[in-house]
Design a protein around this ligand. Structure first.
Ligand code: ADP
Ligand code: MG
Length: 579
């Protein structure tokens, strides 16, 4: 075939395909225009998945009569004049492509009026070309009706899912707008039924209530800038993070409840998603996701939204800083709301209020005991004679149940603690800290351990020798795919060190990811923790509880499973019919 220039009509339709992929894209472009026009109320109406009709009405500033046709010309925009403006863009639109693209694939009617116009204007377009213009009464604002979308592009029509699927996309999209613009009153009606109505009173929690329901809204935790729980003040003043995030026990099976808004634009970004996941690591089961409304605001020049016509993807100039700011804000909200630490048990001596020791007393009254309870006979024999196993301000160990759970009594009821999960939590936090400080405590093995690795693991090991050394593994080549292990991270032992190494080598692919320290720490903790079925002496159980009490999340293991069951005094009273 000879090379030819394409017809203008074909060019327009191809370009339109980029912006208008499906009915929801039309809704997105129209609502963004309404927001850019300063509307405080926007209503969206769709019929038949948007294929029969999409109508967006706003009370924004409207379009001058003399400009109504221009608005539908390609690359006609009021939002951008020079390349320079692109750097400081605050509006959602700027390419001047939406209206012409929509008009190229549907029949469009626009009625619009500005505040000073005596009457509004109606413009009709067929096949992208204006076919009729006349004055028409209309309150200030703009109504755009899109009829018979894609009727002239049957191929596009074929690729669409069911109209129900398209409707649900539209509903999702409008919900996202409602969450990112709580000050705008949104109404969505699908096939004549109103499915979403927000009040537009600028309160995010209220918007969450209208989208996800009052119960969810009531439990969401507030994200805020400021010093984090470690006392460190944010070092990125130009990056502002706000919004709401769910406590760990309020979660969903899908990521679609995580909304990320960058300068109020709904975006999908892997890095930001990871920053969120990271903050919840160890608090959620692996297949659960939090509910998040995250607003990131940063100077427009720090981000490039001009990556793709739909502007759904963005490019950050300072990825690491954004990651840290998001992660810190969410972690702080979760820390602040972490379930109260296990209540300290008051001994008989402490029962009289004047005599009670301040809580700090519990922390300083160290009980000399090996760091890792019940790990090896060697460790136990080092145990100096311990004072009373139930020191002041502590849960009293009642015994071990099924060689798996520690039963403990405290002033606020009865606790059953899973010894493995509890120890995992303790070690997870310790390894995490050691990794952050780049100082993992290691211990020499009396006799080096011989480990065999698979070919893939050998490749990983060759690449990650330094990383493994940082983790406390001293590894020497010994033979074909065989290595000598001389030191291991404390408190791993011969019997679990090889397993831990194998797992870490499999994980090592992800070494580059920002969540590597957490994954490594979780893996080490899991292998090093005491197992179910292991007999614990009371003082070992006691020490385990003491250390658990000092973790940031004593009630969940790193995998998000509970470490304990609590029967509160109230529960007990109810059980025994005392109330
Ligand atoms: P862009 O939004 O990228 O500028 P569009 O094709 O979406 O391009 O819109 C073209 C122009 O039409 C806008 O720049 C704006 O001036 C005007 N316009 C579109 N929709 C509205 C609206 N709802 N209210 C007021 N002006 C609008
Ligand atoms: Mg636009």
């Amino acid at each position: 075939m000879p090379i030819r220039l394409l017809d203008q009509d074909v060019v327009t339709k191809i370009a339109a395909g980029e912006v208008v992929e499906r009915p929801a894209s039309v809704v997105k472009e129209l609502v963004e225009n309404s927001i850019d026009a300063g509307a405080s109320a926007i209503s969206v109406e769709e019929h038949n998945g948007g294929l029969t009709l999409i109508r967006v009405t706003d009370n924004g500033h409207g379009i001058e009569e003399s400009e109504v046709e221009l608005a539908f010309r390609r690359h006609a925009t009021s939002k951008l004049q020079s390349l320079d403006d692109l750097e400081h863009l605050r509006s959602l639109g700027f390419r001047g492509e939406a209206l012409p693209s929509i008009a190229a694939v549907a029949d469009v009617e626009m009625v619009t009026a500005t505040s000073d116009a005596r009457a509004g204007t109606t413009l009709r377009l067929k096949n992208g070309v204006p076919s009729e213009r006349r004055p028409e009464a209309h309150p200030q604002g703009t109504t755009i009706s899109v009829h018979r979308l894609f009727h002239a592009t049957p191929v596009r029509l074929k690729f669409l899912k069911s109209t129900r699927a398209e409707s649900s996309r539209i509903a999702y999209l409008v919900s996202q707008f409602a969450l990112s613009y709580p000050e705008i009153r949104f109404t969505l009606s699908i096939d004549g039924r109103v499915t979403l109505r927000t009040t537009g009173d600028a309160d995010l929690r209220q918007a969450v209530a209208q989208v996800y329901g009052g119960e969810v809204a009531g439990r969401m935790l507030v994200l805020s800038q400021g010093p984090n729980s470690g006392g460190k003040v944010s070092t990125f003043p130009e990056i502002k993070v706000s919004g709401l995030t769910s406590p760990p026990d309020l979660n969903r099976a899908s990521r679609s409840f995580i909304s990320i808004f960058l300068n109020r634009r709904c975006v999908y970004d892997r890095m930001v998603s990871r920053a969120i996941d990271e903050a919840y690591r160890g608090l959620l089961m692996t297949d659960r996701c939090p509910i998040v409304v995250l607003n990131i605001s940063l100077p427009p020049e720090m981000v490039d939204v001009n990556v793709h016509p739909t502007k759904h993807e963005v490019r950050f100039r300072q990825e690491g800083m954004v990651f840290a700011a998001v992660n810190a804000a969410i972690s702080r909200a979760l820390d602040d709301a972490a379930p109260a630490k296990i209540s300290p048990h008051k001994t008989q001596r402490g029962a009289g209020s004047e005599e009670q020791q301040p809580l700090e007393g519990a922390v300083t009254s160290e009980i000399p005991f090996p760091e890792a309870p019940a790990l090896s006979p060697a460790a136990q024999s080092r145990t100096p004679s311990v004072t009373a196993p139930d020191g002041p301000d502590f849960m009293k160990v009642l015994g071990q149940v099924d060689k798996t759970y520690i039963a403990a009594g405290a002033q606020d009821g009865l606790y059953l603690v899973d010894q493995h999960a509890a120890h995992e939590r303790i070690l997870f936090e310790r390894f995490k800290q050691q990794l952050a400080e780049k100082h993992v405590e290691k211990q020499g093995l009396l006799e080096p351990l011989i480990v065999e690795v698979t070919p893939e693991q050998e490749v990983a090991l060759a690449e990650r020798r330094d990383t493994m050394a940082d983790l406390g593994f001293t590894i020497e080549p010994f033979g074909e795919r065989t290595y000598l292990l001389r030191t291991v991270p404390a408190p791993l032992q011969d019997d679990n060190a090889a397993q831990a190494l194998h797992e870490l080598l499999t994980l090592a692919d992800d070494k580059e990811g920002p969540d590597w320290p957490n994954r490594a720490a979780a893996s080490l903790a899991c292998h090093a923790a005491i197992k179910a079925g292991q007999v614990l002496e009371d003082r070992e159980a006691h020490e385990l509880l003491r250390q658990l009490q000092q973790t940031t999340q004593p009630r969940t293991c790193p995998h998000g499973r509970p470490t304990m069951v609590h029967l509160s005094s109230g529960d007990l009273r109810r059980h025994f019919g005392r109330q």
